[in-house]
Design a protein around this ligand. Structure first.
Ligand SMILES: [Zn+2]
Length: 218
């Protein structure tokens, strides 16, 4: 595979109610997208930097859709970084687990007809998950972090970053509230995509089976 080259094109200060972040826009030799790094504090040359690698989700991140947990996860990660005083959110432009917004919305319609999130992707000719985290590893290397604490429930993301040369010293679970709208989606992620979710916390009103996670305590 072609060696990944990331280039930081511009950096700007972005104040939000929780504090001052700096937004860097990256281009790469892998695609023509604009990937983003949202950074608080001085993280260069530091160990155990708090990091979230987040894949774009227009419906969840912008609209607050309850069909998935993306928006909630992004907010929690930003809040945790602001509370801690430093950290990084890498925002990868791979909408809908990499299938794009058009097919993600088509997949939602298939899910409304009874397919789960994995089978809906397969029915549209995609893989269950087409995301790639190698660009995130490249951006983290460019930022200059030495090792990271990754906020994720996804073991594949940890493996991919380590493979990309970013030491992950710790996983910090990023669990969100289970609702009637997202319960089946979260259940599928835990059961079919090996996400480390503790769905025992699911409200009693949502009965989906007896799948528990293997979560370590936080
Ligand atoms: Zn989402």
């Amino acid at each position: 595979m072609e060696k990944i080259i990331v280039e930081r094109r511009v950096q700007s200060r972005i104040p939000i109610p929780e504090g001052d972040f700096h937004l860097s826009l990256y281009t790469t030799n892998q695609d023509d997208k604009e990937h983003l790094a949202v950074v608080m504090g001085q993280v260069e040359e530091k160990d155990n930097v708090l990091v979230r690698v987040h894949s774009e989700c227009f419906t969840g991140d912008v609209l607050g859709s309850l069909r998935c947990d993306c928006g909630d996860q992004l907010n929690r990660a930003m809040n945790r970084i602001a509370h801690y005083g430093e950290g990084v959110v890498i925002y990868l432009r791979q909408e809908g687990r990499g299938i794009g917004l058009l097919d993600k919305l088509r997949a939602y319609n298939l899910q409304d007809q009874g397919l789960d999130t994995v089978d809906a992707n397969l029915a549209l000719g995609h893989q269950a998950d087409e995301r790639d985290y190698s660009i995130a590893a490249g951006i983290l290397a460019d930022i200059g972090v030495k090792s990271i604490q990754l906020m994720t429930n996804n073991p594949l993301k940890i493996e991919a970053l380590i493979e990309g040369g970013i030491p992950v010293s710790k996983r910090i679970p990023l669990e969100t509230d289970v609702t009637l709208e997202n319960a089946e989606y979260l259940f599928t992620k835990a059961q079919r995509m090996h996400h480390m979710l503790n769905l025992n916390v699911m409200p009693a009103s949502i009965v989906l089976g007896n799948i528990g996670g293997e979560n370590e305590p936080t």
